[in-house]
Design a protein around this ligand. Structure first.
Ligand SMILES: NC(=O)C1=CN([C@@H]2O[C@H](COP(=O)(O)OP(=O)(O)OC[C@H]3O[C@@H](n4cnc5c(N)ncnc54)[C@H](O)[C@@H]3O)[C@@H](O)[C@H]2O)C=CC1
Ligand SMILES: NCC(=O)COP(=O)(O)O
Length: 328
C-alpha cells in the first residue's frame, strides 16, 4: 500500500518516541508502512535506531524495510524532550501542514498526527481549536461538518462539542450541531468502517437525561428534536439516555457509536477502557486522518517509557480505513 504520512507532533513531547517505537514493532504488530514528517533531530534525541531522511514520499515504501523514513520539515536547534517552546510548536504546525498536503495530494494514503501542545500552538497564533479543525479547513470542510470519533476495540464515541470550557457547553449545544455531528458519524461509520446501517445512541447532557425537565431542559428542547430529525433522514438513532448508564458492556453492545454532548463525556469512557489502544479519528473528510488518543505527555518525554500502543492502533486504523475508501 502507499505509505501513511505521520506528522511528528510537538518535538519535545512523546510523539517522536512512539513513532520510532511503532516502526520498531512493524513486524510484531503488523504495522502498515509509513513515513514521519518533521524534525529528524527530535527522533534522534530520544532514539538510536536507524533513521533515513527521504526527499520524496515515493521513496518511503522501500526505506521503511530497514529504517524509519523521515521527510524533514525544519530543524530545531537543541530539542529538549519535556521542555516545549514556541519553536517546537511552529515545527509541529509546519509538519502537520506538510503531512496534510501529502495526504490530500495522494502522495500518502492517509494522515496520522502525533500529539501537539495546544497551549503552545495558541501562543504562536493558531486559531483553530485543534488539529481536527485545522485539517478540516485544509480539506475545504467546515469544522461543524466533521466529527471527532474516539475509537477503541469495544467502544466508539463522538463528542458534539469539543474544546471549550465546560461552562460554555450548554450554550454551544444546538439542534443543528447535533444533527451535523450525527450525520457525519453515520456516514463515517458506513464509509470508513463498513457498517451498512449504523446504530447511534445519544447521551443526555444533564443527570438522568434531564429527569423529565426537572434537572434541565436541553434534552427536551435541543437533543430530542435533533434525534427526530436524524430519524427522519433514515438514521438509526436512539436516546437521549442517561450518560452514566451508557458505557457498561451490555449498553455498549447496543450501539455502534455513542454521540456525547461534551469532551469528557466521550473521552473518559474511551480512555478508561482503551487508553493504550485508543484512536482519535476525524470523520467527514475526503482523506483518512487518525491520531493516538493521548497527548504530548511532556513529563515522561525522553525517558523511554512512553507506550506506543495508541500510535500503532492509529496507524493500523488509518490503513484499514484507507483500504476501505480506496486511498491505499
Ligand atoms: N491529539 C493531540 O494532539 C492531543 C494533544 N493533547 C495535548 O497534550 C498536552 C498534555 O495533555 P494531557 O491532558 O496532560 O494529556 P496526556 O495524554 O499528554 O497525559 C495524560 C497522562 O497520560 C500519560 N500518558 C499519555 N500518553 C502516554 C503513553 N503513550 N504512554 C504512557 N503514558 C502516557 C501521561 O504521562 C500523563 O500522566 C496538552 O497540551 C494537550 O493539548 C492532549 C490530547 C490529545
Ligand atoms: N482531547 C482530544 C484532542 O485534544 C485531540 O484534538 P485534535 O488536535 O486531534 O483536534
Amino acid at each position: 500500500m502507499t505509505p501513511l504520512a505521520v506528522a511528528l507532533g510537538d518535538p519535545a513531547g512523546i510523539g517522536p518516541e512512539i513513532i520510532a517505537k511503532s516502526w520498531q514493532e512493524r513486524h510484531t504488530a503488523d504495522v502498515p508502512p509509513f513515513f514521519a514528517v518533521g524534525d529528524e533531530g527530535a527522533v534522534r534525541a530520544v532514539w538510536d535506531g536507524p533513521v533515513r531522511e527521504i526527499s520524496d514520499p515515493a521513496l518511503a515504501a522501500d526505506a521503511f524495510h530497514d529504517a524509519l523514513p523521515i521527510l524533514r520539515v525544519g530543524a530545531e536547534a537543541g530539542i529538549r524532550p519535556g521542555a516545549p517552546d514556541t519553536d517546537g510548536a511552529r515545527n509541529s504546525l509546519d509538519a502537520l501542514e506538510m503531512a496534510t498536503g501529502l495526504a490530500r495530494s495522494g502522495a500518502a494514503s492517509g494522515l496520522v498526527t502525533g500529539p501537539v501542545c495546544k497551549s503552545q500552538l495558541y501562543a504562536i497564533g493558531f486559531t483553530h481549536a485543534g488539529q481536527t479543525e485545522f485539517v478540516a479547513e485544509r480539506c475545504g470542510v467546515s469544522g461543524d461538518m466533521v466529527a471527532m470519533m474516539l475509537v477503541g476495540p469495544s467502544l466508539r464515541t463522538v463528542p458534539v462539542t469539543v474544546h471549550l470550557p465546560l461552562r460554555d457547553v450548554a450554550d454551544a449545544l444546538t439542534t443543528d450541531l447535533i444533527v451535523a455531528r450525527g450525520r457525519a458519524t453515520a456516514r463515517g461509520l458506513t464509509r470508513q468502517f463498513g457498517i451498512a446501517a449504523p446504530r447511534i445512541a445519544v447521551c443526555g447532557l444533564n443527570p438522568h437525561a434531564g429527569e423529565d425537565g426537572a434537572l434541565g431542559r436541553e434534552e427536551a428542547e435541543i437533543i430530542v428534536p435533533a434525534i427526530e430529525r436524524l430519524r427522519d433522514e433514515g438514521i438509526d438513532v436512539s436516546g437521549p439516555y442517561p450518560a452514566d448508564a451508557m458505557f457498561h458492556a451490555r449498553a455498549r453492545a447496543r450501539y455502534d457509536a455513542a454521540l456525547c454532548m461534551y469532551h469528557d463525556q466521550a473521552l473518559v469512557p474511551l480512555k478508561t477502557l482503551h487508553f493504550d489502544e485508543g484512536v482519535n479519528m476525524t470523520l467527514g473528510l475526503p482523506i483518512v486522518r487518525t491520531s493516538p488518543d493521548h497527548g504530548t505527555a511532556f513529563s515522561i518525554a525522553g525517558q523511554d517509557v512512553a507506550h506506543p500502543g495508541a500510535m500503532i492502533a492509529a496507524l493500523k486504523t488509518a490503513a484499514a480505513c484507507a483500504r476501505r475508501i480506496g486511498t491505499a
